[in-house]
Write a protein that binds this ligand. Structure first.
Ligand SMILES: Cc1cc2nc3c(=O)[nH]c(=O)nc-3n(C[C@H](O)[C@H](O)[C@H](O)COP(=O)(O)OP(=O)(O)OC[C@H]3O[C@@H](n4cnc5c(N)ncnc54)[C@H](O)[C@@H]3O)c2cc1C
Length: 345
């Protein structure tokens, strides 16, 4: 009989992130299709009661918690110790966890300690005829694979954004506390702060409906023989401000900055979409001044509806990579879009 454990960490404010609720949804669905399975939740954080209460209506029969100031910060040594203790207390055979940057580092280590196996970037978990399988993408999301394992415990890291978040309601959950004896060596690392861009400079928004992609064309000489960088910057930032879209970029555009050329200052390699960049998930995507080459568009694998604006009717988007291609000047199109959005707001 399988015991499915959802392992999550709380956020700084004691809540559960959407990615944790997505893992919960995947695990609860698996539990439903796996007759005789047990379903339990394990939470780690300074205080986990509020998080447990917030999902108390989920089908879990038991809640385990590791709490205390030592577990408030992301730190490999204490996180692995806590996760290991919960897995043992729950006698978990399948551990489903959100593949946050914190858990992605920790889970393979815990699997190693417990003689189990870990799979990363999982986008689906299912059971049929008592057998569990997972889905994940390979070769930069070009191929989808389905795999099974006999080894237990099996750690499954669910890619954030790949599932619907469980909307199970709140209540009162009884949390069984698990004690972890931490040696001094586990506390040698101290997180003294997190450096991140200011909120208004944060252009990567994984939860946005729309991904807006900028390509190197924004920096190229235009019909008048001149580049128009200040105008490009204003058009793009205006659109982002109004639409709250997430900002993506082609490799060529972000590389230009690294090569010391004039470029849009709010872009970094973090914005790059593609084979050597990110594979984000958004309902819609709009590409501007980007050619739509294969290494770029493999990063669009999980974008629902794709549109592109390019002056070139033979660009990559025209070859089946976009649902709609506007053969037009992106400077003019985005100026008009911003004008229309200003009227609407
Ligand atoms: C191993 C490898 C991995 C790679 N990985 C990635 C990756 O992860 N991500 C990635 O993006 N690339 C990647 N590349 C690079 C990729 O092949 C392309 O070189 C890159 O995506 C091109 O960027 P671009 O379309 O912005 O620039 P360009 O190819 O220079 O295209 C600019 C486009 O802008 C258009 N344009 C210009 N002015 C306007 C205007 N006013 N209105 C509308 N359109 C206009 C032009 O018609 C042109 O199509 C990789 C390459 C290799 C070899």
């Amino acid at each position: 009989m399988e015991t499915i454990l959802v392992l999550a960490h709380t956020e700084n404010d004691g809540s559960l992130a959407k990615s944790a609720r997505e893992a919960l949804h995947a695990a609860a669905t698996l539990h439903k299709s796996l007759a005789g399975s047990k379903f339990v939740v394990g939470l780690i954080g300074e205080n986990v009661q509020a998080a447990a209460n917030s999902i108390a209506a989920c089908p879990a029969t038991k809640y385990f918690g590791v709490t205390g100031a030592d577990f408030s910060q992301l730190r490999y040594a204490t996180d692995t110790a806590a996760a290991e203790a919960i897995c043992k207390a729950a006698q978990a055979t399948i551990v489903v966890a959100p593949a946050t940057s914190r858990w992605a580092r920790v889970l393979p280590g815990v699997a190693q300690r417990l003689g189990g196996r870990a799979d990363t970037h999982v986008t689906g978990v299912a059971a049929a005829d008592g057998k569990i399988s997972i889905n994940r993408w390979y070769y930069r999301q070009r191929m989808e694979g389905v795999s099974m394992r006999t080894q237990r415990p099996w750690f499954v890291g669910i890619d954030p954004g790949s599932q619907t978040a469980c909307d199970c309601g709140a209540g009162a959950a009884a949390v069984e506390m698990v004690t972890v004896n931490l040696g001094d060596a586990t506390k040698r690392t101290t997180v003294i702060g997190i450096r991140e861009p200011k909120a208004d400079a944060q252009t990567i928004r994984p939860d946005a409906q729309l991904m807006f992609v900028t390509g190197a064309g924004w920096t190229k000489k235009q019909a008048d023989g001149q580049p128009h960088l200040p105008e490009a910057e204003k058009l793009i930032l205006d659109f982002l401000k109004k639409s709250r879209a997430s900002l993506g970029s082609s490799k060529s555009l972000v590389d230009l900055g690294g090569e010391g050329q004039a470029v849009l200052p709010f872009l970094s390699h973090m914005n790059q979409i593609g084979q050597t960049g990110a594979t984000p998930r958004h309902a819609k995507g709009l590409s501007t001044c980007c050619h739509g080459e294969e290494p770029h568009t493999v990063g669009w694998r999980f974008i629902g509806e794709r549109r592109a604006v390019n002056l070139d009717p033979n660009c990559g988007w025209a070859r089946g990579k976009a649902d709609v291609l506007y053969v037009a000047d992106a400077f003019k199109v985005m100026a008009k879009v911003n004008e229309l959005m200003a009227v609407q707001t």
